[in-house]
Design a protein. Structure first.
Length: 95
């Protein structure tokens, strides 16, 4: 993938991460994006684009571990998103 195409895809994914139906999902995806965007390969960026096509409520439920990661999606990348959601949930839970 050309660097110009990669830049366009990154801008699109950044937009998709921050324009979600719920603030919780926006926060979760933006934290993931900010931590990982620079380290994602071209294939992982394409896989993230596929993940972001999921319905927001399904994506939130999967990210919170309430539903399994669907087949046909990058399981490792999805696991990173889920891991980030769980660690953020644990950090915000009162003692």
């Amino acid at each position: 993938m050309h660097s110009e195409s990669l830049d366009v895809l990154k801008r699109k994914l950044h937009y998709l991460c921050r324009r979600r139906a719920t603030q919780e999902l926006e926060l979760l995806l933006m934290r993931f994006w900010e931590k990982n965007a620079d380290d994602l390969t071209a294939q992982e960026l394409l896989d993230l684009e596929q993940i972001l096509t999921l319905d927001d409520m399904d994506l939130l439920a999967i990210s919170l571990g309430q539903r399994p990661i669907p087949q046909g999606y990058n399981q490792t990348l999805f696991a990173k998103i889920v891991e980030g959601a769980r660690s953020e949930t644990l950090r915000t839970q009162p003692d």
